[in-house]
Design a protein around this ligand. Structure first.
Ligand code: RIB
Ligand code: CA
Length: 309
């Protein structure tokens, strides 16, 4: 059983990742910290609380994180493209029901900092910009010696980006944070577009979820329908954030190679994850980069999600 914290910008694929983490017997979900990206940080918390209630996981605490990138002076407002893919509120063409629960009174940063100081046997999975984690490493540099594991969904090392030719959306929204985390020396696994665009969720998955008839099944099915219509506009779409959670449960589905990574913060490459050639000789602080995935196994896992609904 893996003790896990999720750091989410809860849009649609984040919602599917959350459902897996909340329901799979192999994961003990300790909490969700919220970030901005697909939605504002407040909307991320709203969606997360609502989904946790549908998932009957009101026991999982939710914390609000920083509302902007490291260098930004104003709160992040989602871009047109993000609103199109995830919907006006990050939940397709519906607004999720408001949960009676509220976020916890302490910040995501305070929660994660004390958890990291207390325990080293946990995994943190991030599926949005890595601002919460970077803020911690900047304020508490000794935590770069932390022995726990980080898995992040983001970056595109061997394939083109999805914001522009070079950059993937989560890294692009806060390149300085991503650079801080990737250069930290922590135990990090990268689940980038290199693998997430090699697998698919299908219209038939949405149909099966809706057929379950439960509020959760109907909601997740409608979210996936919207996502299918607004990503590739076909009956299949990429598997970004769920892949990061599935890696924790089934690392054997993926092929990893170790590289020292950094992030370009200048010029047209801003937001691009690259191999840090300054560290190629020492190979210090290498990150496990997922470069291939067994499509049959991963899609087989996803086809089985209906058991949670
Ligand atoms: O590039 C894909 C990522 O951007 C996913 O995390 C998606 O939810 C958006 O945040
Ligand atoms: Ca995300």
């Amino acid at each position: 059983m893996v003790d896990l914290v999720l750091d989410l910008d809860t849009g649609i694929d984040d919602a599917i990742a959350l459902s897996i983490a909340a329901k799979d017997k192999g994961i003990n979900l300790l909490g969700v910290t919220c970030t901005y990206g697909n939605v504002t940080v407040e909307e991320s918390a709203y969606n997360t609380l609502s989904l946790l209630s549908l998932l009957h996981r009101e026991d999982v605490p939710v914390y609000i994180g920083r509302n902007r990138s490291l260098l930004s002076s104003s709160p992040y407002t989602p871009r047109e493209a993000g609103r199109k893919i995830h919907g006006k509120y990050g939940s397709g063409d519906i607004k999720l029901k408001e949960s009676p629960r509220k976020p916890e009174p302490i910040s995501a940063k305070a929660f994660l900092t004390s958890l990291m100081k207390e325990r080293e046997d946990i995994t943190i999975v991030t599926t949005g910009p890595m601002t919460n984690l970077a803020s911690i490493l900047i304020d508490e540099p000794s935590l770069s010696k932390w022995k726990g594991k980080i898995v992040f969904m983001g970056g595109a090392l061997t394939v083109r980006g999805n914001v522009n030719h070079f950059a993937e959306a989560n890294i692009y929204k806060d390149p300085e944070s991503a650079k801080t985390v990737l250069e930290s020396g922590l135990d990090i696994t990268m689940i980038g577009l290199d693998v997430t665009e090699r697998t698919r969720l299908y219209r038939k998955d949405a149909e099966k979820w809706k057929e379950k008839g439960s509020e959760l099944g109907l909601t997740l099915g409608s979210l996936l329908d919207y996502y299918l219509d607004n990503t590739l506009g076909m009956d299949e779409t990429y598997v970004h954030d769920p892949s990061a959670v599935i890696t924790v449960l089934h690392p054997e589905y993926f092929t990893f190679l170790p590289f020292p990574l950094t992030v370009e913060t200048e010029g047209i490459d801003r937001g691009r994850v690259i191999i840090d050639d300054k560290r190629l000789l020492s190979r210090k602080g290498e990150i496990k980069v997922a470069l291939d995935v067994n499509r049959r196994l991963l899609e087989g896992f996803l086809a089985d999600i209906e058991k949670y609904l």
